[in-house]
Design a protein around this ligand. Structure first.
Ligand SMILES: O=c1ccn([C@@H]2O[C@H](COP(=O)(O)O)[C@@H](O)[C@H]2O)c(=O)[nH]1
Length: 271
């Protein structure tokens, strides 16, 4: 999916929501455990009830690969089920020496058909570039993450006082463009989201951390929105575990709709 196609979907649905698919066998409703593939049934029903309100789905690969070979089959089935006009993100946080990254990219962009993959920047250009060589596919580079430990490295300043996350933003813009490179920026980082926006004015940000991690959607929009929206705001647990009962899918749809309605107001305000 291209950047202009993504923006067109955002405008059509008045939404910049990304629904995170983090399906955990210990958390999904009990009645699903009787099914042949409980995780698939869970994701399928969540997708059916949330698709009208979201422009992206982000399966977190850990929740599938923890189940072994069957988990990979389930992931492929879930990816195929997602409507073509909805952006797909493999949240895999990959990155290795060049020939290995090339095969990670092949796995997620060719063997499976994800639009994008999250990548760690730590190993530098030759670890990221292989992902950028695929047409109409995206790298979503970890920049300023939502977790407490993000301060351990990402905020360390160099001799000029520039924090590491800003060095990542500056250097990586030499490798990719706003047409194939996005950044992960945590919703929990408050006004630092504005600092990231100053360093990357055109790029889309994938913003996890609203809902269960307590980030504020209105704060994210006020610091992060640009003239093409430039935001995909993710909520995983807040949507998919809105109810642990038989009504779980309907409840997830209601939570997604609530966020979409807030997003409509924010798009009207800032675009
Ligand atoms: O900085 C980051 C990067 C990735 N994540 C992932 O996003 C979701 C958030 O889930 P919630 O349940 O909405 O908190 C999850 O898959 C994380 O691995 C992140 O939280 N922060």
């Amino acid at each position: 999916m291209t950047r202009s196609e993504l923006f067109a979907q955002i405008q059509k649905k008045s939404s910049f929501l990304c629904v995170g698919l983090d399906p955990d066998l210990t958390k999904i409703p009990r009645h699903l455990l009787k099914e042949e593939d409980p995780i698939f049934s869970f994701c399928k029903q969540i997708i059916e009830e949330t698709a009208d309100f979201t422009v992206a789905y982000k399966p977190n690969i850990a929740f599938f690969e923890a189940l072994g070979p069957k988990g990979w089959e389930t992931l492929a089935k879930v990816e195929e089920l997602i409507p073509n006009d909805i952006f797909t993100i493999a949240d895999a946080k990959r990155g290795d020496i060049g020939n290995t990254s090339k095969l990670y990219a092949k796995a997620f962009f060719e063997t499976m058909d994800f639009d994008s993959i999250t990548v760690a920047p730590y190993m530098g250009k030759d670890s990221v570039s292989p992902f950028l060589e695929f047409e109409n596919k995206w790298v979503i580079l970890l920049a300023l993450t939502s977790n407490a430990g993000s301060s351990d490295f990402q905020l360390i300043q160099n001799e000029s006082g520039q924090p590491l996350y800003k060095s990542v933003l500056a250097k990586s813009q030499e490798w990719g463009s706003p047409e194939n490179l996005m950044y992960v920026v945590g919703a929990t980082r408050g006004e630092l989201i504005g600092e990231v926006r100053k360093s990357a004015p055109e790029h889309f940000f994938l913003v996890p951390g609203v809902g269960a991690q307590g980030g504020s959607l209105s704060e994210v929009a006020s610091y992060g929105m640009n003239s093409s929206c430039g935001l995909l705001v993710n909520s995983s647990r807040g949507i998919i575990y809105a109810s642990g009962e038989k009504d779980f899918a309907k409840a997830s749809g209601r939570e997604a709709q609530k966020l979409q309605e807030e997003m409509r107001i924010l798009l009207d305000k800032y675009l």
